[in-house]
Design a protein around this ligand. Sequence first.
Ligand SMILES: *Cc1c(COP(=O)(O)O)cnc(C)c1O
Length: 357
Amino acid sequence: MSRPLTAIVNLNALRNNLAVARRHASQACVFAVIKANAYGHGLERSALALREADGFALLELDAAVRLRELGLRQRILLLEGYFDMRDLQVMVEYGIDAVVHCHDQIRMLSGLRASDALDIAVKVNTGMNRLGFAGDEFPAALAELRGKEVVRNMMVATHFADADGERGVTWQMEEFRRLTEGSGLPRSAANSAAVLRYPETHFEWVRPGIMLYGCSPFPEKTGAELDLIPAMTLASEIIAVQRLRRGDIVGYGSMFVADREMRIGVVACGYADGYPRHAPNGTPVLVGDRIVPTVGRVSMDMLCVDLSNLSVAGIGSRAVLWGDGNSVENIAHAAGTVGYELLCALAPRVPVIESGK
Ligand SMILES: *Cc1c(COP(=O)(O)O)cnc(C)c1O
């Protein structure tokens, strides 16, 4: 038998979660965001499961080309645009749309032939201060792009810094409205948090990512509360059991010391699989149908759980690290990070199984 750790990707969950996004933004077209290998779920399988989306958004040009080669015909938008002339030519060739966020990218357009055509999303910086033209340079950039023969269709895009948090979106929305109101162009602003919480941000195109994978964008809400289904379940088995006496330790650095007799299960999953090394004692693992706490430091290939109160569990018992019955949000919270980071860091060595075809 091979090592029991697998990531099960539930294609029905992806479809369900896209339907939830559509229900919230029923007037808008949806770019399904599938950057970073579809947040760790696998680019091709995720794109095919989400093929009802109106478009796909990602950053990696080679991945975008693969989508075209798979036969997907909808819009594909590169969220950071192109980095050099070669990228730009490939995008023209494959009909891949580009975010244009800086003057360098506008200049590169002059290197295309007059017969070339490109659809673009002009990015405006409304306060996040990551990508995009500043408010005072945006009108001139837009005018310049309107004058380019190679620019076919345009839309305007921005990104929110705090759609999932307390500050919200109003402060950025005022600027976005002011700059784009008279443009007559389609607009795109909403990430998952804005899709779920702020209908006024939906405009013509929304860009949900994390919610498609069943993970809540909000710190205080789980995916289940939002009708989302986890698309990835990271599951393994107990491969060894140890009996501890009072004073015995578990794992590197003696980070856990038993204060009584205990029964410990060793799970085949560690940080080289993508499980967070910073998960402290007490991080939840679902063994059988019960949540049990981790004990000791997560090592490269294994982690340990307390089975003292779960006598039915032993070697071969199923252990869900995250996913069905043990939400990735909880693991992320315990480890001081977000579900996004855990999902997209799933290690290549973990075999993926598809369910819900
Ligand atoms: C990643 C990304 C999204 C999706 O964000 P989620 O929080 O995962 O929904 C949308 N827009 C841009 C520009 C992004 O980079």
